[in-house]
Design a protein around this ligand. Structure first.
Ligand SMILES: Nc1ncnc2c1ncn2[C@@H]1O[C@H](COP(=O)(O)OP(=O)(O)O)[C@@H](O)[C@H]1O
Ligand SMILES: [Mg+2]
Length: 369
């Protein structure tokens, strides 16, 4: 059998460009060269697509990050030699000859259904959630509404648009204070990696936190701030999703902000999370329910809070394209559950091919007989 050509798409226009480059590096380094041929496809911060040398350059230099030990030295021996030209291409041309795509993109234009929509239009298989689940998973207000329909426990919250805040700031602040008060978390509704998120401890900090969040989205969500432990579960599958064991994050900062996630390297991942058997079962069950509530396919990491003084389990969010470096929580959870990094990628690729195949059955045009 000839090698499956895997188009790994990385970078992108979102605030999570660098994280995406790191995920792509790990994925590319572990795709078995005997089975897969890698086609790196880099999207720069202006949204232009690059293949060949342009894509390779983004892979090797496109990150402002200090790489984890050893990662930068891994050779990508299964990346075919590319022409020396910097080839910016239109997306349709990047798709040519690729059997399956791995959109290793996080955040806006990557994890939010937009690129998934483009890949649907091009009728090509791709790893992960489809348009709907991606979009819902990216918008914290819609995600919360669907979780609530599924009866899943969540924190109290409110949300508003930039336009409404312009005209009704006073009423909005009063609503926040009367429904849950401080501390509260102010977040852009569509973002990720904790970008634009503030923990607000008093009224004086509220306005600047809202303005910061509004830099990243036209819609802001404000949540009751609880004193919590943070637990995450991996989910994998299409129709019969399976859950990994849960892991716990112990952030190096006051909360799991961007610095604690990616910069200082001091946040601890504890796998398995030290939970009672009953709580472990509960989060794993709830993770699958959250996955199904948004009709997710492929993979997702489902994140929970456990309130410190009550041990109450609360669903925080679903991430349809979780960090995917070798050191990221999602692959590590699966590794601890008996699925190696390499096997995980194999399974994701076959889930993608399977889903595309199943869609073929569907008739898209209707002819009156
Ligand atoms: N309501 C909350 N109560 C306590 N901590 C929170 C709350 N919301 C967010 N946090 C903290 O902020 C982090 C980022 O918030 P999250 O909603 O997960 O955003 P992102 O999608 O950017 O990961 C969480 O991991 C947690 O540390
Ligand atoms: Mg999160």
């Amino acid at each position: 059998m000839s090698a499956i050509r895997v188009g790994v798409i990385f970078g992108g226009r979102s605030g999570e460009h660098e994280v995406s480059v790191q995920s792509a590096r790990s994925i590319i380094a572990s795709l078995d060269p005997n089975r897969y041929e890698v086609v790196p496809i880099g999207i720069d911060k202006t949204g232009r697509w690059h293949v060949g040398e342009g894509a390779r350059r983004t892979l090797t230099t496109g990150s402002s990050f200090v790489l984890e030990d050893g990662e930068e030295n891994q050779s990508n021996s299964n990346v075919p030699d590319a022409s020396a030209q910097d080839t910016a291409v239109v997306p349709r041309d990047a798709v040519h000859g690729v059997d399956v795509f791995v959109p290793a993109l996080h955040g806006s234009y990557g994890e939010d259904g937009t690129i998934q929509g483009m890949l649907e239009m091009l009728d090509v298989p791709y790893v992960g959630a489809g348009v709907l689940a991606s979009a819902v998973g990216m918008d914290k207000t819609f995600m919360k509404r669907l979780f609530s329909v599924a009866g899943l426990p969540q924190v109290k919250y409110t949300f508003f648009t930039q336009k409404r805040y312009e005209h009704e700031a006073k009423a909005i602040k009063a609503e926040i204070e009367s429904t849950f008060g401080y501390p509260c978390f102010v977040k852009p509704a569509n973002m990720g990696s904790s970008v634009g998120i503030s923990k607000v401890k008093n009224e004086d900090m509220l306005d600047s936190a809202i303005k910061l969040a509004l830099r990243y989205d036209n819609k802001v969500i404000v949540e009751e701030g609880l004193d919590v432990r943070e637990v995450e579960v991996g989910v994998l599958g299409n129709d019969n999703p399976e859950s990994s064991i849960a892991g716990e994050i112990v952030p190096s900062n006051e909360f799991y902000d961007y610095r604690a996630k990616y910069v200082d390297g001091e946040s601890a991942l504890i796998i398995p999370a030290p939970l009672s058997d009953a709580t472990m079962d509960e989060v794993r069950r709830m993770a699958v329910a959250a996955y199904q509530a948004v009709e997710c396919t492929g993979l997702a990491r489902v994140d929970f809070f456990i309130e410190k003084n009550t041990d109450r389990v609360i669903l925080n969010e679903i991430n349809t394209m979780p960090g995917f470096t070798r050191y990221s929580m999602y692959p590590k959870l699966w590794e601890a559950s008996g699925v190696s990094y390499q096997e995980l990628i194999d399974r994701l690729i076959s889930l993608a091919l399977q889903r595309h195949e199943e869609k073929r059955r569907i008739v898209t045009e209707f002819t009156l007989e």
